[in-house]
Design a protein around this ligand. Structure first.
Ligand code: HEC
Length: 191
């Protein structure tokens, strides 16, 4: 009787330890949201840079065969701009998974759809403007779900960035300069 009781409590103690162990391991095995967000951003930034460098730049403003143009759909030979390609990617990803969402946004958006909506988006976009070279990492709760929200600066690295935005009829800002943070990529991961 005594022995059984002892085994009973040992098994019980053991299962408690096991459960605690499992819980701990489960946590350790999950991806750190910062690493996930940073990795996703690395893919997005590389794809956009490559599309700009390998396709758009080689076509030139007056592409012979295909012409990069915001209104590419209305042209027989139009090609989407890098920011549009980026948004089409984000929209396609949103149809495939809800493990994360992303978007290219700005406090001064040409496309009103790219304006910040949530508090973290607004705070993050302001933070990357005020702190050049830094990313923003925060958490927010939307509709009862907790999210990890990261914002990465999108900088005017070349003259066409500032010229096109400053001259665009829908741009709320017309004094962008090379080196300015024009907006940012928002990556949101449910926790
Ligand atoms: C030929 C014009 C053109 C050039 C060049 C251009 N953009 Fe844009 N950009 C646009 C348009 C149009 C949009 C809106 C796209 C959409 O419909 O989502 C946009 C969107 C953006 C956005 C999202 C906020 C917004 O304004 O809607 C950011 C940030 C941005 N561009 C930054 C840049 C940077 C940085 C560069 C240079 C590397 C650049 N752009 C080059 C036309 C341009």
């Amino acid at each position: 009787m005594k022995v059984t009781k002892l085994w009973g409590s040992l098994v019980l103690a053991g299962s408690v330890v096991l459960t605690a162990g499992c819980g701990g391991e489960e946590k350790a095995a999950g991806i750190d949201p910062k690493i996930m967000a940073d990795s996703l951003f690395a893919v997005m930034a590389s794809d956009r840079a490559n599309y700009t460098k390998l396709i758009i730049k080689r076509l030139g403003a007056q592409g012979k065969f295909i012409k990069p143009d915001e209104h590419w759909e209305d042209l027989e030979n139009g090609a989407p701009l890098p920011a549009q390609m980026f948004r089409f990617g984000a929209e396609a990803v949103a149809e495939r998974t809800d493990a994360f969402t992303y978007s290219l946004q700005s406090l001064w958006p040409i496309n009103k759809q790219n304006a910040p909506v949530t508090e973290a988006e607004k705070a993050g976009l302001q933070y990357i403007v005020d702190n050049p070279g830094k990313n923003y990492y925060g958490e927010e709760e939307l509709g009862g779900v907790k999210y990890y929200t990261a914002v990465y600066p999108d900088v005017a690295v070349a003259t066409p960035c500032v010229d096109c935005h400053n001259e665009h009829k829908d741009s709320p800002r017309t004094d962008f300069k090379i080196g300015d943070t024009m907006g940012g990529v928002v990556v949101r991961i449910p926790m």
